[in-house]
Write a new protein. Structure first.
Length: 209
């Protein structure tokens, strides 16, 4: 049986076994600022033929690497960011709106991968620096899910939904993109600004409304 399918089924069973969590409840993952690198930029930042060091598994074949970089905007403010693997064909930087203001830039709200005409930023590593004329975005909030959960929740890939966050400072989040793939496990991804505004902790869940 496919490993990703096993993970999806296991996560679903565990949610259903926990009486306080309904099968339709969606776990929430908070994404801090991070960077996806292409091969050329990784070599510039960390040295020729450098390979990322695995630190923590994420989903969909992605992982958090041990490597970090420094982001510099127009006002010389520097912020540390984690590198995520595996390598991509195009380098992308994801920040929050608060990060964008601190860096003195105007990162646009975009779906991941949509970097054309986005904001410029400089990335500094231990071996060198990379200036991106475009590539820095604020990632649009979205929900990852496998086809089994999509069927149960009655949604499909690229649907736009609203979700209710159940917390002491909870509320409704609109314009949430649904992303369906067999490699995903059910999880909604938001940035640190959204998480702080809604008082989200590890045990907080959301549901599609």
């Amino acid at each position: 049986m496919d490993e990703n399918l096993i993970r999806s089924i296991t996560a679903k069973v565990l949610r259903e076994m926990n009486g306080s969590v309904k099968p339709t409840d969606i776990p929430i993952g908070v994404s801090a600022r991070h960077v996806h690198l292409c091969r050329k930029d990784l070599d510039t930042l960390f040295g020729a033929s450098h390979e990322l060091t695995f630190n923590k598994e994420l989903m969909g074949g992605q992982y958090a690497a041990a490597e970090t970089v420094t982001l510099v905007g127009r006002n010389a403010m520097a912020l540390k960011a984690r590198v995520l693997g595996p390598l991509r064909s195009v380098t992308q930087v994801e920040v929050s709106a608060t990060d964008s203001r601190a860096l003195g830039i105007s990162a646009p709200l975009r779906d991941s991968g949509d970097t054309q005409d986005s904001e410029a930023i400089t990335i500094i590593g231990p071996k060198g620096a990379v200036y991106l004329s475009e590539g820095c975005i604020i990632a649009r909030r979205h929900i990852h899910m496998p086809p089994t959960d999509a069927a149960q929740l009655r949604v499909k890939d690229n649907d736009i939904v609203a979700v209710e966050v159940e917390s002491p400072r909870g509320g409704i989040l609109k314009e949430v993109l649904v992303r369906v793939d067999s490699s995903f496990t059910l999880e909604m991804h938001i940035d640190t600004d959204e998480a702080n505004a809604l008082g989200i902790v590890k045990t907080t869940h959301a549901k599609i409304v």
